[in-house]
Ligand binder design. Sequence first.
Ligand code: ATP
Length: 361
Amino acid sequence: MSTPAVELRAVSKRFGEVRAVSEVSLSVQKGEFFSLLGPSGCGKSTLLRMIAGLEWPDSGVVCLGSTEMHATPAHLRPVNTVFQSYALFPHMNVETNIAFGLRMKRVPRGVREDRVARAMETVRIVELAGRRPSELSGGQRQRVALARAIVNEPEVLLLDEPLGALDLQLRKQLQVELKSVQRKLGMTFIHVTHDQEEALVLSDRIGLMQAGRLVQVDSAERIYERPRSRFAARFLGACNLVDAVVRARGPGGLQVETSFGLMNAAAAPSLALGEGARCTLAIRPERVEWGLGIEGERGNQFSAVVEERSYTGPRTHIWVRSGAGRFQIALPSHAANRAALGIGEEVLWRVPPESVVILED
Ligand code: ATP
C-alpha cells in the first residue's frame, strides 16, 4: 500500500485534568475524504489541530506523508486549515484575500493570477472577485475561505466544522459542492463535524470519537449499517437497541431470545458468544418490513400494536408495542399512508436476520 497522507501513532493530549485525546492511531490515505465525527468535547478539534501543528501531542507521533512532524511548526507543514469562523481579511477584496498566501510565498504574479482564477472557478465565486467580506453572505464567505485554502495546493486540507455556521439548506448545498471540489482536486480532506448526516454525505471513511478515543473507523456505509457499539449505533441515527440472550448457535448465525420473542441474527463469525450469553441487538427502523409486505411465516415475524406515529415528510416513524418491548419502525410516508395505520391497530412486523446487528458491548 502507498504511503498514507497522514498517519497518527498512539497520539495523546491532555489539558490539565482533561484527557482531550487518548492513544489515537489512524492512517488517512491520499485522496481520501475522511471525517472525524463525535459529540461536542470528544477531542476532534484537538486531534485536527495536532495534525495542523497548532497543538503539540504529549506523546505519540504525527506523520505527514513519510515525515514525522515532531519539530515542524504549523506554517511549514503541507496542510491548510479551513475554520468555522472564516478569518478573512476585512480590508481586502475576495481576490486579494485568496491571493494572500501565494504573495507571502513570493509566487510569481502570472502563476499567482492563474491559480487564484482557477480556485475561484472551482468554488464558483468568480463574480464576487471585487467584493469585500462584509459584502458577502455566510455561504459566500465560506467559499472564499475554501478558495483561500485550496489555492495553496496543500497535500492535506483540514476542515474544522466549516459549514457549522450556515443554515440547514445552505449547508446541504455546500456539502454537495465540497464533495465535488474534493473529487475534482483529488486532495486529501480531513473534516471535523458533530453532524452525523454531514459525515455520511461527505466521507469515504468516518472515524467515530468518544471521550478522546477513536472507537470505530469504517466506510460511511459500514459504520451506519454495522455499528460496533451502542454508542456508534445511537450516534449515527435512530436505532432500536434490544437486550437479548443467546439460545442457540448455528452455521448461519445465532438464535436469541428478546422481549418480543425468539429472533434469528446473522452474526459475524468472529463474535464468540456462547449459549446463555447476554448481548445487545441493533436494528435500524428502516430495515423493518411491515405488515403489507409480509407473506407467510418466514421467521423473525412478530405482532404489535401501534402506539404512536409521526410524519416527517419523506418518512413516517411508527412506535409499536410488541411483547414486552417498544420498537421504532420507519416507513416511506406513501407506504404508511396507504396502509392507513391508526393508533391502537394490530399489525405484523418482520426483521430480516441480516439486518439484526449484534453489538460488541
Ligand atoms: P466541539 O465539537 O465542541 O468543538 P471537540 O470534539 O472538537 O468539541 P475539543 O475542542 O477537541 O473537542 O476538546 C476536547 C476536550 O479538551 C474538551 O473537554 C475541551 O474542553 C478540552 N480543551 C480543548 N482545548 C483546550 C484548551 N486549550 N485548554 C483546556 N481545555 C481544552
